[in-house]
Design a protein around this ligand. Structure first.
Ligand code: ZN
Length: 78
């Protein structure tokens, strides 16, 4: 049995994060429990690094302070 990492966007506050859950995720931005629907799933992958790259690129686009996120993107590179 295997699952997929999903890049999800919180419908309440727009926070982007990765979840491995199948049905619900709890937003780290506002704490709301959201059901995972195709509407809020932006990307799916079995590979965590792959999902993370997408998450970071999405955050880069929408974030006003990319320096903070750039630090993240470098942290786990091999
Ligand atoms: Zn939220």
């Amino acid at each position: 049995m295997r699952g997929e990492y999903k890049v999800v966007s919180c419908p309440n506050c727009g926070h982007l994060q990765i979840t491995f859950a199948e049905r619900y995720f709890v937003c780290r931005g506002c704490g709301r429990k959201n059901s995972i629907s195709s509407k809020c799933v932006l990307y799916k992958s079995e590979d965590h690094g792959d999902a993370r790259e997408v998450l970071l690129s999405l955050k880069m686009k929408g974030c006003s302070s990319p320096n903070n996120l750039f630090k993240f993107s470098r942290a786990g590179d091999t």
